[in-house]
Design a protein around this ligand. Structure first.
Ligand SMILES: NC(=O)c1ccc[n+]([C@@H]2O[C@H](COP(=O)([O-])OP(=O)(O)OC[C@H]3O[C@@H](n4cnc5c(N)ncnc54)[C@H](O)[C@@H]3O)[C@@H](O)[C@H]2O)c1
Length: 665
C-alpha cells in the first residue's frame, strides 16, 4: 500500500500484525500504576471502542498487557509502517491544503529525529503527547485527508471527536489538551485520566503540532543569556571571559552552552549524568568536557584570564561547583539553574555527595530518604549561591521551579517580606520586561515545500523586513530589533534545522505582520511554496503561568487564565488555520493554561487578510493585559499601537500614588 492509501484507510480493515520493537529505541518511562481494577476495565473498554467487535477479544488481552507493562495503552500494533517526517505538502492526500499543512506538522512532531519517544507519540518533555494512542492518529489523519475547507475537526486531547460543518473562515482544527474541571487538575489526576484514555498532556508545541526541534529553545536561551549580561555589564563591555554558571545538559537545558557561545561568554554547565553530558559534547553543543573539579578550576581561571568565549561541561553536581568556586574566589557574573525541579522526587534533581547510580536506586527503593537528600542539597545549593550573590553575582531562576522547591525545603531564598523570593525569574527580570511586554516573542515558520532554498529565501525576506522596520523603531526596542537581525543573519550558520524546514525569530506585532505579508507575497509570486506560521505558546499572550510567562504581572491577576482563553478564541475567528488550548506545559499539569495557533500562507488575498487580522490580535491581546497590569513597557507598546491603529481602543490604567494607599489598613 502507498503512503497515500495508508493515510486514507484510517483504521485498517484487517488487523495488523503484532509489533515487536527493536532494542535501542528511546521509550517513554513506565507510568504510575494508578487505576483500580474497575478503572482498568474501563480503560480497556475505552480503548476497544476504536475497533470492530470481532477484534475485541484479542485486543483486550494485548491492551491489558500494555497497561500492565507501561501504565498506558498506546496500541503499538497500529503504528503505521511508513516513515514519519515532514513530507512536502504536495505528498499528502487532501481536499484541503490547510488540512494537508496540519498533517505535515503532525508528522514532524512524530519524526524520530525530532520526537523524544516516538513510539508513544511523545514529542518532548517526557509527556508532551501529540496523541494518546495510534488509533487516534489513524482516525485523525484520515479525517484530515478527506475534509474540505467547509468543515472543522474537533480534537479532544488527541481524540478526533469528528468533523463538523463550518465555513472557510473557520479554523480547520480546534484542539483542546488536558482541559479539566479545575478541581481535577492535580498531578495524579493526569496519571489517572490519561491512563483511562480520556485526556492527555500536550505540553506546549507537542499537542499543537508546532514543535521545531532544539532551534526554538536555543534562540530563547540566547536572548535570555545575552540580556542577563546586559543587565549587569557597563554598556560597552562584552561578556567575553565572564562566567555564566548553570546546570543541566538535558532536553532544554542542553541549549545553554550553545546559547552561551552565541551570547559570547564562558558557560560552565554542570551535569550529573555523564551520558547526557557526553551526548551534548559529541553533538558539538558544548566545547569542552571535564570530569574533575581541579581541572575545572584551572580551566575556568584560564578562560577568565584569556577573555575566552567557551562552553565547558562539568560532569558532576552543580552544588560542588558553586561551593568550590566560592572557596577559590572565582567570580561568577551570571548564575542560574536548569535541573528539572518541576519533578524533584523522580530524578529531576540529583542530591550532592551521592553517586548517580546510587541516587537512582534510592528513587526506586527508598523514596523518602531520597526526598530528604534532595531537600538537604537544595539548602546547600541556595546557601552557596547566596555567598556568590553577596559578592555581586546576578542569579535568576530559569522557570524550573528552583526557588519554589528550595523554599519548600527551607532554604534561605525568601525576600525580607517572606512572600517574594530573593531572586527574580528569567521572565520577571529579562524576557517579561525586555521582550513580552513590547510584544516580542517566539514567532516561527515552516516551509512546506521541504526545500532548504525556500528557508534561505524566507530568512532573507525576514531580515530585510526587520532592517526596514528598525530604521524607524523607537529607542526602547532598538536592541531587540538588532538582536533579531543578528540572529536571522546567522541562523543558517548555526545549523539548527532538525526535521521540517523551520525557523524561529523573536518579533513584535509589527514585525510578525510585515514578515508574514512578505512571505505571502513571495508565495503568490511562486518564489517559494506555501508557508506555515506559528509560535511557541511561551509568548506574550498565549500563556497564563504565574511562575513563568506571567510571573511579571503584579496586579494579582497572574493566577487567572483569562488571557490565554481570550487569545485562543480571538485567534480562532480571526483566521487561524488551527488553534489549541492546553492545561499544563513546561511547569506542570494544573500550573498553566497555554494556547497557540497555526496558519497557512498560501499566497491568496484571503490569507493576507487573515494574517493581518490574527497576528495583530495575537500579540496585542497580551500587551493590553500586560499594560492593564501597569507594566511600563507594555503601556508604552500599547499606546504606540493605538496611535498606529485607530480601531484599537484599550482600557488604560490610572497609576496610583504610593502615598494614597500606604497606611490605609
Ligand atoms: N530553557 C528554557 O528556556 C526553559 C524555560 C522554562 C523552563 N525550563 C525548565 O528547565 C528544566 C530543565 O528542562 P530539561 O528539558 O533540560 O530537563 P531534563 O530533565 O532533560 O534535564 C535536566 C538535567 O539536569 C541534570 N541534573 C539534575 N540534578 C542535577 C544536579 N544537582 N547537578 C547537575 N545536574 C543535574 C539531569 O541529569 C538532567 O540531565 C525544566 O524544569 C524546564 O521546565 C527551561
Amino acid at each position: 500500500m502507498t503512503f497515500k492509501e495508508q493515510i486514507l484507510q484510517g483504521i485498517p480493515s484487517e488487523m495488523p500484525e503484532k509489533r515487536i520493537y527493536p532494542e535501542g529505541i528511546n521509550r517513554a518511562p513506565k507510568r504510575k500504576d494508578i487505576l483500580s481494577k474497575e478503572e482498568k476495565q474501563l480503560a480497556i473498554r475505552n480503548a476497544l471502542r476504536y475497533f470492530p467487535k470481532e477484534w475485541h477479544k484479542e485486543l483486550a488481552v494485548e491492551f491489558a498487557q500494555e497497561l500492565e507493562d507501561y501504565g498506558r495503552i498506546y496500541m503499538y500494533r497500529f503504528k503505521p509502517t511508513y516513515d514519519f517526517y515532514a513530507r512536502p505538502i504536495s505528498e499528502y492526500p487532501a481536499k484541503s491544503q490547510q488540512a494537508a499543512a496540519i498533517m505535515l506538522m503532525m508528522q514532524n512532531n512524530l519524526n524520530p529525529a525530532v520526537a523524544q519517544h516516538p513510539e508513544e507519540l511523545i514529542t518532548y518533555g517526557g509527556n508532551g503527547a501529540v496523541f494518546q494512542n495510534w488509533a487516534q492518529y489513524l482516525l485523525t489523519i484520515q479525517y484530515l485527508a478527506t475534509m474540505t475547507n467547509e468543515q472543522t475537526l474537533n480534537m479532544y486531547s488527541g481524540h478526533p471527536m469528528g468533523l463538523f460543518p463550518s465555513s472557510k473562515n473557520a479554523p480547520r482544527v480546534v484542539v483542546t489538551n488536558g482541559m479539566m474541571v479545575p478541581n481535577y487538575s492535580k498531578p495524579d489526576d493526569w496519571e489517572k485520566f490519561n491512563a483511562l484514555g480520556v485526556t492527555q498532556y500536550g505540553q506546549m508545541t507537542a499537542g499543537s503540532f508546532m514543535y521545531i526541534g532544539p532551534q526554538g529553545i536555543v534562540h530563547g536561551t540566547t536572548i535570555t543569556v545575552m540580556n542577563a549580561f546586559r543587565k549587569i555589564l557597563p554598556k560597552k563591555e562584552t561578556p567575553k571571559g565572564k562566567i555564566f554558571l548553570t546546570s543541566g545538559l538535558g532536553g532544554m537545558s542542553g541549549a545553554q552552552p550553545k546559547a552561551g557561545n552565541i551570547a559570547g561568554c564562558v558557560t560552565i554547565c554542570a551535569e550529573v549524568n555523564s551520558k547526557a553530558a557526553t551526548k551534548r559534547y559529541e553533538q558539538g553543543w558544548v566545547d569542552v568536557l571535564i570530569d574533575n573539579m581541579s581541572d575545572l578550576v584551572v580551566r575556568a581561571k584560564q578562560a577568565q584570564e584569556n577573555k575566552e568565549v567557551i562552553s565547558i561541561a562539568y560532569i558532576g553536581n552543580v552544588v560542588n561547583v558553586w561551593e568550590r568556586f566560592d572557596e577559590e574566589d572565582i567570580f561568577i557574573h551570571v548564575g542560574s539553574d536548569q535541573t528539572s525541579l518541576h519533578i524533584p522526587w523522580t530524578g529531576g534533581y540529583y542530591p550532592v555527595d551521592i553517586s548517580y547510580d546510587e541516587s537512582n536506586r534510592l528513587i526506586r527503593e527508598e523514596p523518602e530518604l531520597f526526598k530528604e537528600k534532595v531537600q538537604e542539597t537544595l539548602r546547600r545549593h541556595a546557601a552557596a549561591i547566596n555567598k556568590h550573590t553577596v559578592k555581586g553575582t546576578y542569579f535568576f531562576d530559569y522557570g524550573n521551579a528552583f526557588l519554589l522547591e528550595a523554599s519548600r525545603s527551607g532554604a534561605d531564598v525568601m525576600a525580607e517580606n517572606q512572600i517574594d523570593f530573593k531572586y527574580k525569574s528569567y521572565v520577571q527580570d529579562i524576557l517579561g520586561p525586555m521582550c513580552f511586554d513590547y510584544g516580542f516573542g517566539p514567532f516561527r515558520w515552516v516551509c512546506t515545500s521541504g526545500k532548504p532554498e525556500d528557508l534561505d529565501q524566507t530568512d532573507q525576506i525576514a531580515m530585510e523586513v526587520l532592517q526596514e522596520i528598525m530604521e524607524n523603531s523607537p529607542e526602547e526596542i532598538q536592541l531587540q530589533m538588532q538582536d533579531n537581525i543578528t540572529w536571522i543573519k546567522d541562523a543558517k550558520k548555526n545549523k539548527m534545522v532538525v526535521g521540517s524546514q523551520a525557523r524561529i525569530l523573536y518579533a513584535d506585532a509589527e514585525g510578525r505582520v510585515k514578515i508574514a505579508k512578505a512571505f505571502n507575497d513571495a508565495v503568490a509570486k511562486g518564489a517559494i511554496g506555501p508557508v506555515v506560521l506559528g509560535r511557541d505558546h511561551h509568548d506574550v499572550s498565549g500563556t497564563d503561568s504565574p511562575y513563568r510567562e506571567t510571573s511579571n504581572i503584579y496586579d494579582g491577576s497572574k493566577f487567572t487564565a483569562d488571557m490565554a482563553i481570550q487569545n485562543v478564541i480571538g485567534d480562532s475567528f480571526r483566521g487561524a488555520t488551527w488553534v489549541s488550548i492546553h492545561n499544563g506545559g513546561g511547569v506542570g499539569w494544573g500550573e498553566v493554561i497555554n494556547g497557540g495557533f497555526g496558519m497557512l500562507l498560501d499566497g491568496t488575498l484571503e490569507a493576507e487578510e487573515r494574517l493581518k487580522s490574527m497576528l495583530f490580535y495575537d500579540v496585542n491581546n497580551g500587551i493590553a493585559r500586560r499594560s492593564w497590569a501597569r507594566n511600563e513597557e507594555a503601556l508604552f507598546a500599547v499606546k504606540r499601537e493605538m496611535e498606529r491603529t485607530p480601531e484599537l481602543k484599550v482600557t488604560l490604567p490610572n497609576l496610583v500614588e504610593d502615598s494614597i494607599v500606604k497606611g490605609l489598613f
